[in-house]
Design a protein around this ligand. Sequence first.
Ligand code: UT7
Length: 326
Amino acid sequence: MKHATIIGTGRCLPEQVMTNDDLANIVETSDEWITSRTGIKQRRISTGENTSDLAYKAGLRALERAGLEAEALDLIICATITPDSFMPSVACMVQERLGAKRAAAFDLSAACTGLVFAMTVATSFIENGMFQNILVIGAETLSKAMDWTDRGTCVLFGDGAGAVVLQASEQKQGILSMHMVSDGSKQDYLCLPALPVSNPFVEKRDKEFTPYISMKGQEVFKFAVRTISDLIKNVLAKAELQVEDVKYVVAHQANYRIIEQAAKFAGIPLDKFFINLDRYGNTSAATIGIALDEMNEKEMLKPGDKLILVGFGGGMTSGAVLLEWN
Ligand code: UT7
């Protein structure tokens, strides 16, 4: 069996910084409230870049770091809930801009778990021998899906993209175990509506329709804490490894308090969790890829290091991969 290894990472964040004080000028909030409840200090907000622009730049950077030509790619998967359009997919737009002529391309919708689900799908393609080189991107412009009058949501999110290049290897390294979970019975915890059904046969048009993210914050919080610790235990057991074997955990960057409590539940010291949500907020499918690229750039990752990537998000979805850096 082949194994999927990470050979490159990349990220792209819009230049525009929005601080908590900036938000306090728009809605009734404060730096003190946002910092103490979430750990977020600032986020990056698009001044016009769309999801495909951020995805393209993160993907290009990941290819450069991997030293791989775009034409060597077999597949591009873009995880996003804020695509430029329903059709074409962001992945197809990126394929064209990169010149990845041989690559198949599609988007994947699993909200904030998107990158982990996409890496799991990509790993399966590599392990079964179908593909050799796959670009996986998590990219969002959540700022276009925000109700900027709703202080309960607009303070949490930001825009950005993160990417990894996965390559087939004969050696047992890279992704060692993975797990995916979905629970549609909790679909009302996090919602971002698409177009309502409206045609000549529909008598009652939906007047309530709003194209913005809504959320049951406390339900999401409780779900997240439990699911992160359960998933960490799951992928460790599958890989026959112990908590002590893990160098870092890269959890979805939504809220510092979620990570703090999940670390306690999982019995892993908090300092093993990489945190950058203070600078970028929650960029949904992009958070884990952005974090991984920052860690890679800072040369924090050494061959043989074991990492767990763990995400949770709307659906509700959740998933984790355990990997050995090479
Ligand atoms: O990728 C997944 C995305 N979602 C999440 O990760 C969300 C998970 N949940 C959370 O992070 C937390 O539930 C929040 C940070 C969203 C909220 O924290 P909380 O401790 O659950 O606060 P709350 O919703 O219970 O609200 C407490 C108070 C309320 O006022 P009253 O009713 O007590 O007077 C809110 O109206 O805080 C108020 N509030 C705010 N105040 C200032 C809500 N948002 C704000 C705000 N600034 N931005």
